[in-house]
Ligand binder design. Structure first.
Ligand code: GAP
Length: 458
């Protein structure tokens, strides 16, 4: 693992992540994903979908709208409860989350969030402003994290709508649609991947906490009384998923939420945390949300959201287990965990040891001499053979040593070099393995099969 600064620099240099609106001086905490970043992100999402939806009979997919009827957010409790406790330093006017200030001072993971208690603790612990050192804060105010905008041309109360702060509610409001169209048997789940927006008071740590991010969420509906069993199995399922993406077990831990910390809808929640360079941080959450959401939406919409159980001939409101994972946060953890620095022949080699199925580029095609027409022609021919099957990059912009280092740094598992032996002797190329750096000669005619055997996409 490396530090944040080194990773941010690699991410920019190699085209994973750029600062948002950079040529205008940026817009704080917005990030754009470059050619390799978008590929990595898409692959993470595809692997999630493949494991959690495509290969399971009990899972169904959804892509619901970001903009929803504002009544959704009344029913879900977000309009009333989705807030952070905010304080301003009266001296320098900087704004902070009161619970963050206390967590830093007390070196504790989570602080209960009631405003009165926070006010008392800030005073009693003599908390000072991290910016100017004064100890003069405003009273704690609840700040709603939802982005508000207007639908249509009139900017009045009647047209106020919100950007969704989680994808989950789109699933709950489509419960009947999916039950009626897909006829699932309980227990079953609905998965969704999509953008969410939160007006975070203190975004930061690169793409760890941003105001616009993607979530991969599942609502897994179960018979009331069986939720604990499914809760545990979803923790296992996601621990396996995360390690299959190259994250080592030692850098993951499960943290159970205390009673005071539980969200208004949950009777049990665990975070899976990752050991980031700045400390353990939430990678994803698994929440037992009871029947809160379905009941609230039934109540607020007047439409009953129930499952008919043919075995007992009764209508029931299922309980639900919700695994929820941020895509960018996961991408960041994967990049940290796969980052290695080694010394090879007195030179530093940086390698992203992505699992092969995750690497944005699977095969690099490197002609040894870019001015030798026979070599270039052969390299282009190989590009044509491999590229319909695997993500390939053609690169002739440096010496072979440099090209290898570049591919190591973006995690490409295989480099193919086309040289004089290829075109003058035996129509073989060298294939270099990223991790062992071993090279072997393979016949061009056998190359595609060679890679088909080595590269699995799932
Ligand atoms: N539907 C439940 C829910 O949204 P959450 O714990 O608020 O729960 C789930 O969010 C996951 O979404 C987090 O574990 C994290 O991976 C990601 N996430 C939440 N807020 C984020 C932010 N501001 N920036 C990046 N990722 C975020």
């Amino acid at each position: 693992m490396t530090d944040l600064k080194t990773l941010v620099s690699l991410a920019k240099r190699r085209g994973f992540v750029f600062q948002g609106s950079e040529i205008y001086g940026g817009l704080s905490n917005t990030w754009d994903f470059g050619p390799l970043g978008v590929s990595l992100k898409n692959t993470i999402k595809n692997l999630f979908w493949h494991k959690m939806v495509t290969t399971r009979q009990d899972m169904f997919g959804l892509d619901s709208a970001i903009l929803m009827n504002p009544r959704v957010w009344e029913a879900s409790g977000h309009l009333g409860n989705f807030t952070d406790p905010l304080v301003d330093c009266k001296n320098c006017k900087e704004r902070f989350r009161a619970d963050d200030l206390l967590e830093q001072k007390l070196q504790k993971d989570k602080i209960p969030a009631e405003a009165e208690l926070l006010n008392k603790m800030l005073k009693e612990m003599n908390i000072t402003c991290p910016s100017c050192g004064a100890s003069d804060f405003t009273e704690v105010r609840r700040f709603n994290l939802m982005f508000k905008t207007f639908a249509g041309v009139v900017e009045d109360k009647a047209n106020e709508i919100y950007l969704r702060p989680e994808t989950a509610q789109g699933i709950f409001v489509n419960f009947n649609n999916i039950v009626n169209s897909s006829r699932p048997k309980l227990p079953f789940g609905i998965a969704q991947i999509g953008k969410s927006f939160r007006n975070e008071i203190t975004p930061g740590n690169f793409i760890f906490r941003t105001r616009e991010f993607e979530q991969m969420e599942i609502e897994y509906f179960v018979f009331p009384g069986t939720e604990n069993q499914y809760f545990d199995s979803w923790i296992n399922e996601f621990m396996n998923f995360l390690t299959s993406l190259g994250i080592s077990k030692e850098n993951l831990r499960i943290r159970e939420h205390s009673k005071e910390e539980l969200s208004h809808y949950s009777n049990r929640t665990c975070d899976i945390e990752y050991n980031f360079p700045w400390g353990w941080g939430e990678l994803m959450g698994i929440a037992s949300r009871t029947d809160y959401d379905l009941k609230r939406h039934s109540e607020y919409s007047g439409v009953e959201l129930k499952y008919f159980d043919p075995y007992t001939n009764t209508h029931i409101t299922p309980y639900v287990i919700e695994p929820s994972c941020g895509v960018e946060r996961l991408l960041l953890a994967i990049m940290f965990d796969c980052y290695y620095e080694e010394t090879v022949k007195d030179e530093k080699r940086v390698v992203l040891r992505f699992p092969i199925n995750l690497s944005p580029i699977k095969v690099a095609i490197l002609p040894l001499k870019k001015n030798e027409p026979r070599i270039v022609e052969k390299a282009k021919e190989i590009f044509k053979i491999i590229s319909p099957y695997f993500a390939v990059q053609y690169d002739d912009t440096g010496s072979i040593g440099k090209l290898y280092r570049r591919q190591d740094e973006i995690g490409t598992p295989f480099c193919v070099t086309i040289d004089f032996q290829t075109v003058e002797q035996d129509d073989t190329v060298t294939v270099r393995d990223r991790d062992s750096m071993q090279q072997e000669r393979i016949k061009v005619g056998e190359l595609l099969n060679y890679f088909k055997n080595k590269i699995n996409l799932f």
